[in-house]
Design a binder for this molecule. Structure first.
Ligand SMILES: Cc1ncc(COP(=O)(O)O)c(C=O)c1O
Length: 361
């Protein structure tokens, strides 16, 4: 019998989340962001589950898109980083991908190769200052691409402060976006060829003018912003295991590496066979919640590579074999992440292949 630790990926929840988010998106088209192996959930399984319901996919890298194409995904795929070299651009054209262009070097490769590209996205820097053309350059770049015969150009930008829906940075970006659209876009169906919203923009209903929303984390059931009460997002990933040992220790004894957790009373400690070697973060603080059928128990002691320990003194029903949820329905991944001084995006993206990923419908 192998170790009972696993990631269960509920594709019905994924489809449900897309239905919920599509309602919020209204007339805007939906793009499913499946980069980094669909945030750890398994890109191909997720893409197949979403393909009939989604308008397009997005990945960061050409190689991620090629893997999906070669596995039979035929829907459009946007490559968010665009080509990293002239050869990369050749591959983008060969596989019929949509590149996001964000610098003049990429435009230079395009001018020299004149590849046959159906749809190009132009990334504009409205305040993130990471990638993208300055808003003042967009008119000129648009003209260059149009002169090359590229018919469909969609402007895109990205929110820098998604976690705070009221942030002044968001307001500034929105104002720049508005100005940009007034100067540069043609309307399609009354909406500009444009895309700003990620999950937080969509869930937080920040109302950008756009024809596409790009949905990543929310599709998988997480959210950095408070969702509207009518939005029901369900966790797609459940990280579960079973208790492998319990023991009593005396007051004053410590648990785990470095003796970080000190028993204030005679305590019962449960050991669970997951650790940072599986993607359970080593940064998890004492008190990080873990779900059981008998209620929440709390992490006690530093996370090891293969094991964690929890205080089960007040849970006499917990014994060898009791099922535990590291994240899933309860606790949610966002809650666990706050105890690890990170965001749920990092937790699900950093799970490792040692632990089986089981697809469930
Ligand atoms: C350019 C771009 N658009 C959209 C997304 C999706 O963001 P989220 O997962 O917050 O929906 C990302 C993710 O990092 C991104 O880089």
């Amino acid at each position: 019998m192998p170790r009972p630790s696993r990631f269960i990926i509920d594709l019905a929840h994924l489809e449900h989340n897309l239905t919920q988010l599509s309602r919020l998106a209204g007339p805007r088209k939906t793009m499913a962001v499946v980069k980094a192996n669909a945030y750890g959930h398994g890109a191909l399984g997720c893409a197949k589950a979403l393909e009939n319901q989604i308008n397009a996919f997005a990945v960061a890298l050409t190689e991620e898109a090629i893997a999906l194409r070669e596995a039979g995904i035929t829907k459009p795929i946007l490559v968010l980083q665009g080509p990293h070299s002239s050869d990369d651009l050749t591959e983008i054209a060969r596989y019929g991908l949509w590149p996001a262009l964000s610098n003049r070097q990429q435009i230079h490769w395009l001018q020299h190769q004149t590849p046959n590209l159906e749809h190009v996205w132009l990334k504009v820097d409205t305040g993130m200052h990471r990638l993208g053309f300055d808003p003042q350059e967009v008119g000129e770049i648009n003209a260059v691409l149009t002169a090359m015969g590229i018919q469909r150009i969609t402007l895109m930008s990205h929110l820098a402060d998604a976690e705070d829906s009221d942030s002044t940075l968001n307001h500034r970006q929105k104002q720049r976006w508005q100005n940009l659209l007034e100067r540069n876009t043609g309307a399609s169906d009354g909406y500009p060829n444009a895309s700003f919203s990620n999950s937080a923009g969509t869930v937080g209903q920040l109302s950008f003018e756009e024809s596409w929303v790009r949905l990543g984390y929310s599709l998988y059931g997480g959210s950095l912003v408070a969702p509207p009460p009518t939005l029901d997002l369900r966790p797609v990933m459940t990280f579960s295991s079973r208790i492998m040992a319990t023991r009593w220790i005396e007051a004053g004894e410590t648990v785990g590496y470095g003796g970080r957790w000190v028993a204030k009373r005679r305590s019962r400690i449960a050991t669970i066979p997951v650790g940072y070697g599986d993607g359970y973060p080593r940064s998890a603080a004492d008190g990080t919640p873990i779900g059981t059928p008998y209620g929440t128990i709390l992490l006690a002691g530093k996370v090891s590579m293969d094991m964690i320990t929890a205080d089960v003194t007040d849970k006499p029903d917990i014994e060898f074999g009791t099922e535990v949820t590291l994240w899933g329905d309860s606790p949610r991944i966002d809650e666990v992440a706050t105890h690890c001084d990170t965001i749920g995006y990092e937790l699900c993206t950093r799970i490792t292949d040692r632990t089986p990923r089981l697809f469930n419908r």
